[in-house]
Write a protein that binds this ligand. Structure first.
Ligand code: ADP
Ligand code: DP6
Ligand code: CO
Length: 332
């Protein structure tokens, strides 16, 4: 069978996915809204072969761990079931983004896998169906099937058939700047999966998250529709802080921030006090993403660039959804 190569970009959540109601099917407690980023992506080649008796996974050129390989077998099992064939695959994936460091490698990784694997086995699925397969690898991956601004609908059904992502705006319909500030590229100690599980099960603040999430989502949707940057920035920063607050109320408590994370947050709030509209968000890791309008990109960049704890800054814009690449390699 032919090897197929697909690419997917990471996304940054403006309103976070934080907590599952079903761990097996990866069904979330709440809807989430994201922007797909142009600068960070994963490229994955998949080839099925009847000569294999298990899935093989190469991640960034190395044989992946047992846990990582089990995680990719989950969406691959769904694909095998769809075609009714018990055939295994070699998966060769390269992240052009730090892996497991809070830069959403799981999002671009599983979106690229869903796109490449379905095509490699001979299926021709639409974006909604692809987002449902990607979701079952890593929740945030369902949003990376699409470019631009994206919403993941949590769905109501317990079989997950109405839990999928959908595009809200094309990448070129609102050209915001997202500055991805690298403070630490080492893998995090508590993976997103484990962190959100502990939060749902033990955090005394999780009820506050659930009580206010629909209001945050509604404000964000309106702001995106109206291209109201101040409204969007205010709600996305609040939502990120609230998500991180839930980790402090967990048992045992945990925290994704480092000292440098808090310093950047202060710098951005000081910039705002000077009249520069910039807002921050943070996923499950210490690194910070700063969002601003293009007119302020340069001043925000210059402010951050000189700071001693800043190792690197990547200036992103809303990026594209999945794409297929002409195959350069045959992997098996
Ligand atoms: P991140 O912030 O990078 O998304 P997560 O904790 O959510 O971190 O997920 C990290 C896990 O995602 C890794 O341990 C691995 O299992 C999986 N992953 C990362 N990159 C890929 C990839 N390219 N293909 C498949 N799985 C991947
Ligand atoms: C904080 O999608 O990485 O980045 O579904 O368990 O694989 P799993 O988790 P993942 O969680 C992402 C959490 C977040 C917020 C977000 O991206 O919405
Ligand atoms: Co992730």
């Amino acid at each position: 069978m032919e090897a197929v190569t697909a690419r997917a970009h990471t996304n940054i959540a403006l309103i976070k996915y934080w907590g599952k109601r079903n761990e097996e099917l990866i069904l979330p407690m709440n809807n989430s809204i994201s922007i797909t980023l142009d600068k960070f992506y994963t490229t994955t080649t998949v080839q099925f072969c009847s000569c294999l008796n298990e899935d093989m996974f190469l991640l960034n050129g190395n044989i992946a761990s047992k846990e990582e390989t089990e995680k990719i077998s989950r969406p691959l099992n769904i694909i095998r079931k769809l075609v009714g064939r018990n055939i295994f695959a070699v998966v060769d994936s390269i992240n052009d983004v730090p892996t497991s460091a809070g830069f959403a490698s799981s999002a671009s990784g599983f979106a690229a896998l869903a796109a490449a694997a379905t095509k490699a086995i001979g299926l021709d699925l639409d974006s909604r169906e692809l987002s449902q397969i990607a979701r079952q690898g890593s929740g945030s991956a369902c949003r990376s099937i699409y470019g631009g601004f994206v919403e993941w609908h949590k769905g109501e059904k317990e079989d997950g058939t109405d839990s999928y992502a959908e595009q809200l705006l094309h990448p070129n319909e609102w050209k915001l700047s997202i500055l991805s500030v690298l403070l630490e590229s080492k893998p995090k100690k508590i993976l997103s999966r484990e962190g959100m599980k502990r939060t749902v099960q033990t955090s005394v603040f999780y009820s506050g998250w659930l009580e206010t999430i629909d209001q945050d989502l509604s404000i964000a949707r309106h702001a995106i529709n109206e291209r109201d940057f101040e409204k969007l920035g205010t709600v996305l920063e609040k939502n990120a802080l609230k998500m991180h607050a839930t980790t402090l109320g967990a048992n045992p408590p945990f925290m994704y921030w480092q000292g440098a994370t808090i310093e950047i947050m202060n710098v951005i709030q000081e910039l705002r006090a000077k009249g520069i509209e910039a807002y921050f968000t943070i996923d499950a890791g210490p690194n910070v993403k700063v969002i601003c309008e293009s007119k302020n990109e340069e001043i925000v960049y210059k402010t951050l660039q000189g700071l001693p704890m800043v190792k690197d800054i990547h200036t992103c814009q809303p990026g594209p959804g999945i794409s297929y690449l002409a195959n350069k390699k045959k992997i098996h």
